[in-house]
Design a binder for this molecule. Structure first.
Ligand SMILES: Cc1cc2nc3c(=O)[nH]c(=O)nc-3n(C[C@H](O)[C@H](O)[C@H](O)COP(=O)(O)OP(=O)(O)OC[C@H]3O[C@@H](n4cnc5c(N)ncnc54)[C@H](O)[C@@H]3O)c2cc1C
Length: 482
């Protein structure tokens, strides 16, 4: 007699949930996924995919702004922008209005003035692409026989998930409910002028003067993209420099590029409130200054979507930040209940969410499984230039947590980069002292997201610097000599 099919119920249809559903279904389980907003999750509909689509347009605009050096001129170019040529430090680009007020200087526009962003077209392309990708996810799930229920799911007892009046009995439950932008009580978004990243694509126009509060990954990416598209951007950072949790050398390169392009970067400036004025917005800083602009984008972190879905009642452990506690095979403290993705706070990346979801299913369905290994995960920040990292960090080395040699090669000394007219960026490798085994790396360059692959493979396969150099040399040889 054949075994009854294992029943899997998944709450949340983002990469954590839908990748798990595909694996479970392929392993023969009877899978139900419950999603309240749209398949693909916030990743596809509002966060990762839309932001990278916006950045694709912004990158092209940025590239067009640097064509002069390469000898390309456009017909009908307006005059040289007054802000080009290296001005734009935090004080200078802030300009001054009434005492203590900062406003972006109109003459500090970036160097992309010969092309104009068509904001409605950009936003509608983003929305269409996100919906098409969500439909693709729905099709894939349907093709694999996954049942999809639209609605809000919650744990309703041991082995029971409820969605409205429907009850689903499951041997395994996966919680993959994601996270949402944090809202400060003194800066409540209204979706028109005071925005989170999820409001951006519903705007009717490009923000003229955009104040970005928060200089983490999301803040830096949007500040960079909107500056390239033609907004005058002020980036308010509570820390000494942008991207405070990243490799400091990399963050400094990006901040320097931001300033040279005319962005006003306000370091050590904590925003305490943001509100609407008659014609725009005003952000108050802790030191008494105010910043005024047309729109304010609040990027002050994400909070997990874990409340009101029966987790605590089912004994699922939750930490002080509201994140579900999981081990490296995605198990929660309740037998049979797993969790994956942003709701666990392990590392808020789509690739990590997907991997946690797959691992959960392999484990639950009795397959051989490798626990999650974050050391092998490459992460990219899609600023211009991009920052890509993998493995050991400079901080690990500086604090003595890892003994490693650090080698840093500036792009300005690289022949290939010179030919491409690139000088902002570097490649940094961390290697084991005696053996030369590659432990990690940081790449700051256009398309660093692709260049990091070689370093990732080296870290995963424990290759030495000699081995990857030899591979690179061989690849440079004509095919007949290989
Ligand atoms: C602006 C931005 C840019 C980003 N860019 C990148 C990037 O370039 N690369 C990258 O790797 N990551 C990026 N991320 C992070 C990435 O989007 C997340 O790590 C990823 O979405 C996490 O997937 P998830 O499945 O955990 O959650 P989500 O994608 O958030 O999906 C969770 C789903 O669960 C649903 N849900 C929640 N509660 C319930 C419930 N009770 N019942 C039913 N459904 C429910 C939600 O509606 C949602 O659809 C970005 C994030 C942001 C904010």
């Amino acid at each position: 007699m054949s075994q009854p099919r294992s029943r899997v119920a998944i709450i949340g249809g983002g990469p954590g949930g839908y990748e798990a559903a595909l694996v479970a279904s392929q392993l023969g389980a009877d899978v139900t996924i419950i999603e309240e907003s749209g398949l693909g999750g916030s990743c596809v509909l509002t966060d990762c995919v839309p932001s990278k689509t916006l950045i694709a347009t912004a990158s092209l605009m940025a590239a067009m702004g640097s064509t002069r050096n390469l000898g390309i001129r456009f017909d009908h170019e307006p005059g040289e922008p007054a802000g080009s040529g290296g001005s734009g430090g935090s004080g200078a680009a802030g300009g001054s209005g009434a005492a203590g007020h900062l406003r972006a200087r109109a003459d500090a526009l970036p160097t992309y003035s010969h092309a104009r962003a068509d904001a409605p077209q950009i936003y509608s392309r983003i929305r269409a692409l996100a919906h098409a990708q969500s439909a693709d996810v729905a099709k894939r799930l349907a093709a694999e026989g996954v049942r999809v229920i639209s609605g809000r799911g919650r744990l309703a007892g041991p082995g029971v998930v409820a969605a409205g009046d429907t009850e689903i009995r499951a041997d395994t439950v996966l919680v993959a409910t994601g996270a949402r932008p944090r809202v400060l009580p003194a800066a409540v978004p209204d979706g028109e002028r005071l925005l989170t990243c999820r409001h951006l694509y519903d705007l009717a126009e490009l923000p003229g003067e955009l104040i970005v509060v928060g200089s983490g990954v999301t803040g830096a990416e949007f500040a960079c993209a909107f500056q390239a598209l033609g907004s005058q951007v002020t980036l308010v950072s509570s820390r000494q420099h942008v991207l405070p949790n990243e490799d400091t050398d990399a963050a400094m390169v990006v901040e320097d590029v931001f300033r040279r392009r005319g962005m006003s970067v306000l370091g050590r400036s904590r925003a305490v409130s943001a509100s609407r004025t008659a014609d725009g917005v005003e952000v108050c800083l802790q030191d008494g200054r105010t910043v005024r602009g047309s729109h304010c984008l609040l990027t002050v972190g994400m909070v997990p979507s874990t409340e009101g879905i029966g987790l605590a009642e089912s004994g699922v452990g939750i930490d002080d930040g509201g994140f579900v506690t999981v081990d490296r095979v995605s198990r929660t403290s309740t037998p049979g209940v797993y969790a994956a993705g942003d709701c666990t706070g392990v590392w808020m990346l789509a690739s990590v969410a997907a991997m946690q979801g797959r691992i959960a299913m392999w484990h639950a369905l009795g397959e051989a499984v490798q626990p999650l290994r974050l050391r092998h995960v490459a992460a990219t920040i899609f600023t211009e230039p991009e920052i890509a990292t993998v493995g050991v960090s400079q901080q690990d080395v500086d604090t003595g947590a890892v003994g490693a040699r650090v080698v840093k090669l500036p792009l300005a000394t690289n022949a290939r980069a010179k030919m491409d007219g690139l000088s902002d960026g570097f490649v940094k490798l961390f290697t084991r002292r005696n053996t030369g085994i590659v432990l990690g790396g940081v790449i700051v360059a256009p398309r660093a997201s692709e260049l990091i692959l070689g370093v990732s493979l080296a870290v995963e396969q424990q290759l030495t610097v000699d081995e990857i150099a030899e591979a690179a040399r061989r690849l440079m040889q004509p095919a007949e000599r290989l």
